[in-house]
Design a protein around this ligand. Sequence first.
Ligand SMILES: Cc1cc2nc3c(=O)[nH]c(=O)nc-3n(C[C@H](O)[C@H](O)[C@H](O)COP(=O)(O)OP(=O)(O)OC[C@H]3O[C@@H](n4cnc5c(N)ncnc54)[C@H](O)[C@@H]3O)c2cc1C
Length: 414
Amino acid sequence: MKIAVLGAGITGLASAHYLARHHQVTVFEARQRAGGNIWTETLAGCRVEWGTNGFLDSSPPTLELVAELGLDPRLLPADRAAANRFVWRDGRLRALPRKPQGFLISDCLPLGARLRALAEPFIRSRSADDESVFDFARRRLGRGAAEILVDGMVTGVFAGDPQRLSLASAFPKLQALEANYGSLVRGARGRGFGPSGHLTSFDDGLQVLIEALVQQLDVRLGTSVDKISDLTADGFDQVLCTVPAARAADLVPAPLAELLRRIPSAPVAVVALVFDSAAPIPKAFGFLAPHNQGLNILGALCDSFIFPGRAPADRHLVRVLIGGRRQPDLVNFDDNRLLEIALTNLERAWGPLPSLVAHGIVRHRLGIAQYERGHADLLRAISSQCPANLRLAGSSYRGVALNACIQDARSWSP
Ligand SMILES: Cc1cc2nc3c(=O)[nH]c(=O)nc-3n(C[C@H](O)[C@H](O)[C@H](O)COP(=O)(O)OP(=O)(O)OC[C@H]3O[C@@H](n4cnc5c(N)ncnc54)[C@H](O)[C@@H]3O)c2cc1C
């Protein structure tokens, strides 16, 4: 069978890798580079991830793909320092507990909110119709935990709005904990609430995975597809479209186009800052900035402490994420204003900063797909309108993380 794959992001490339075992596959990519949201570059001697930072080493499809490509020796686990994480609350940074037992003595929440969260195992479970992440968190953990910890988590994964995101579509594992154990705490006992696995990348950044995939595929860079029907007219039997839903909407006729346009996304600007390391910065993963706590960034990542070798010894590499679903307009600010926002917020959190050596800014206009309330119904409607020779895949539909994209890629065989 002759198959066209649209988009050379991780979903398109991984899909093409699997499909090429049995079919003739061509990948069409609008930009002059492959990788989509995965994009590693060098800035003032530092390896910068302009998009995806890493993946958790707990997903078999990703690990199998890495092994098939012979990349095992190049895997790079995050440093132990990356276990130090902070949240900004009431005007200063608070350490997040490394283990659930540490929650009681941590000051990540005020005492009243901590005690309320500890009552979680005694809250009766109740299934609500496509409940928002915020409503679920407030019901089970209380308003304080919902507004600070859960807001921070949602910001970190989706750059999203917990009041709009669907628990069932965005965080199905949390929903399953309540359904199966009647409580998050009971369900997570011994395993913790967060996703399992260790944050991982490659010695030279995630671009290593992209380059290894591209090498063995027929990828046409700088080739934007305008209509799916052009590809079928060119003799392709099947089209796999992995571009973001808002772009896919431009390639198909109504009513499918209207349905695809209803999947929103959160734009994100990434400001990379290279500092002189003569003065210290916190040896940590970074910090989260919940929406109602007075910073106007999503958070900051101390890259030179997360993965060894990202920066030379005389440099610190930090990335600040700005924008998201609740402050999308910030992404349109010019570079000077984005730089100023990044530095001002870091200074509030850390105090005086080391001297800045270099900076760079990348805007992801379609950033991260948002699985908001009604997402599951929307997917059903989209699937009923999708012609038999078209499959839609990628981060707009069934999981935004790199691991989910690879799993989605592996699940289709025409
Ligand atoms: C700033 C940021 C940080 C992130 N951090 C993490 C992280 O640390 N861990 C994690 O697991 N996930 C992270 N994610 C999410 C993850 O990166 C993405 O969900 C994933 O990379 C999406 O891959 P994709 O292939 O589905 O889509 P994309 O990467 O968006 O690729 C789609 C491709 O389609 C191309 N295209 C668009 N229109 C056309 C057309 N008409 N014709 C041809 N080609 C076209 C685009 O140019 C693009 O290359 C992050 C995302 C962002 C934005």
